[in-house]
Design a protein around this ligand. Structure first.
Ligand code: ZN
Length: 275
């Protein structure tokens, strides 16, 4: 059982949460519910999802703070060994919530700066931390880019190509945080010529947070509509989302590598979000 949490975002959450639910449900692996918060500025006190009823919680939320009982229930779920998926701009959320920042390992925007933790990128293939002061969170122009596998022994990546071309998407760079990455799974090269950092940026990883299984996937910017949504229609994004969510829910991955997985040279889009 999976729960998608959405309802406020600086992104097109009416598209993203439906796409996430479609991808998860059409895989046949999950039964997915959606919990939508009230709109920004409205009373949040009745927002009390039963996180503990689920095997995996997928965060598609970037908005107002939650009331304390909801934050505590979420903490209890995650600390109790819960499965958590941090999707795209969910890592922009809750800048001042210290435990949440440890659940995401890296975040951006929302006023994040050196107080959030170091910048984190790859240099000669190694994770490098940079404590230079400055804002956290940036991306250049949307484009297609190659994803580079950093650990092909993890259940989420096992059998997937080391290099594949992702559908047109943002590429987050200059993210900051406690940087408690568990296993780095994929990175990609941010393009300085189109507004990026010029660095190899960590984009898909697990987070080291007690007994919890946390999968953080920074890719998958929601498009204008379900039909015009190349980052989420990408078979590579969908495969990683499904594998990461299954791993978060159970600790294992039972899925075969799909035959339409992208190659290093060609993007593969699923316009119908799965089967
Ligand atoms: Zn975005």
């Amino acid at each position: 059982r999976a729960l998608v949490v959405s309802g406020q975002n600086n992104h097109n959450w009416p598209v993203s949460h439906v796409a996430l639910q479609e991808i998860l449900d059409r895989s046949g692996l999950f039964h997915t519910d959606v919990a939508l918060t009230p709109a920004a500025g409205e009373d949040m006190n009745l927002f009390r999802p039963s996180f503990s009823d689920y095997d995996a919680v997928i965060m598609d939320y970037n908005g107002d703070n939650w009331p304390e009982p909801t934050r505590n229930a979420f903490l209890e779920y995650v600390k109790g060994g819960g499965g958590l998926v941090i999707y795209h701009a969910a890592d922009n959320a809750f800048t001042d919530w210290e435990e949440f920042n440890r659940m995401i390992a890296l975040g951006g925007w929302g006023g994040r700066d050196e107080k959030a933790g170091p910048y984190c990128f790859l240099e000669d293939g190694e994770i490098t931390l940079d404590y230079t002061p400055g804002p956290g969170g940036n991306h250049g122009l949307q484009r297609e880019y190659n994803m580079h596998c950093r650990n092909n022994m993890h259940p989420i990546t096992k059998g997937l190509p080391d290099n594949w071309l992702h559908g047109r998407d943002e590429l987050y760079d200059s993210m900051r945080g406690p940087a408690n990455i568990g296993t780095l799974l994929y990175s990609a090269k941010s393009d300085a010529a189109t507004g990026g950092s010029g660095r190899e940026e960590p984009l898909v990883f697990t987070v080291d947070y007690g007994d919890a299984r946390i999968f953080h996937i920074m890719i998958g910017h929601a498009g204008d509509s379900l039909e015009e949504n190349p980052a989420m229609q990408c078979a590579g994004f969908q495969t990683l989302l499904l594998r990461g969510t299954e791993w978060a829910a159970t600790g294992n991955v039972t899925q075969e590598v799909p035959s339409d997985f992208p190659t290093p040279d060609s993007v593969s889009l699923r316009e119908n979000y799965g089967k």
